[in-house]
Design a protein around this ligand. Sequence first.
Ligand code: CMC
Length: 382
Amino acid sequence: MDADDKIAVGLEGVYVAKSSICKVDGINGKLYYRGYAIEDIAKNSSFEEVCYLLLNGKLPKLAEFEEFKKALYAERDLPEEIVGIISELVGKASPMDILRTAFSALSGFDEKLNDNTEQANMEKSLKIISRISSISAAIGRLESKAQYVKPDKSLSHSQNFLYMLNGKKPEQEKADLLDLMMMLHAEHSSNASTFSTLVTGSTLADIYAAVTSGISTLKGPLHGGADEAALKMMDAIGSPENTERYIDEALAGKQRIMGFGHRVYKTYDPRAKIIRGHLIEIQEHADGKVKNLTGIALAAEKMMVEKLGETKGIWPNVDFFSGPIYAYLGVPGNLFTPLFAASRAPGWCAHMIEYWRNNKLFRPLEYYEGEIDKQYLSIDKR
Ligand code: CMC
């Protein structure tokens, strides 16, 4: 048997764990969080409830939910040292690099850092979910050269993100749309960032170390970074009329169109379908840049689906329509991936806690192709 028979390149088709958190049915374009269809979640739930569901495996009763939200909101404040780290790095590093650094430093402010009991990890997860969102919003705020805005514990999770970003309470319609986007990004089984979270955690490093790996992995344009890359492409296209020529040239030049294609979905990503519905609503009343972006996005989607959908199984994924929606919400392009990280935090934490119940160190093999038993020559004889 040679190397090609043994190696699962990119771990394609390899199962790495049993899980009851999320099912991605890539053939039928279905997604379930703890058994609930994403369409039902999107219509009826909230990001806070999704966090509870992912972490606890069931929907909360009213009193449980009130208690959970209170505990989550109570963890929003950022230590002033963390705000200091963000201020130091703004303008020097990218928002995603600032998030990775500031988030990692948070471990120094958790007295339960090395307590790896499930109870402690649940408590740490609430801190992580709350504070990663505060950090992401603060990065956007300080990037715009405005003063840091402290969190407001009376606001919902999505309201508070927009409040910390813009310094004023958001319109309810916009907070609701952000809430939906956060729900849709909260979890997606063993994607690259969740897998790297588990790899780090499997060494029994702490949950902050594990989530820091997840953040680092999310950055790349083949994963979470695709949302910003897709927006940059839409900016480069410039207008809906230019879309056809741009996409034709890009495909002829063998370029990847960011926001399309998926390792598991070989049909339309159900999250992208939901976001597309909201984009069409926005298009009806948006103007200026947002209207132009929605026009480009919908024209590009139509073309790509016709050219590569049925024929190659390359369909829009969650990252394609996110750009115009975030632009409508006033979130700058370089904050898309930090916002994605803030939304994915409950998924990373839930998976880490679940994996630790039957922890096994990840340690795969490499197929060695180099030489062996070479003669070692001292430096003067080489
Ligand atoms: N545009 C054009 N062609 C594509 C694209 C694309 N977006 N995606 C895949 N292909 C082609 C690719 O060129 C290859 O063609 P050929 O067989 O002729 O060489 C074929 O499809 C298979 O590609 P692959 O890279 O081997 O397949 P994969 O399963 O490893 O790809 C992917 C998955 C997500 C890396 C890829 O589809 C891609 O690069 N997409 C663009 C980046 C993107 O949108 N990422 C977000 C993924 S979903 C949400 C998330 O994780 O954040």
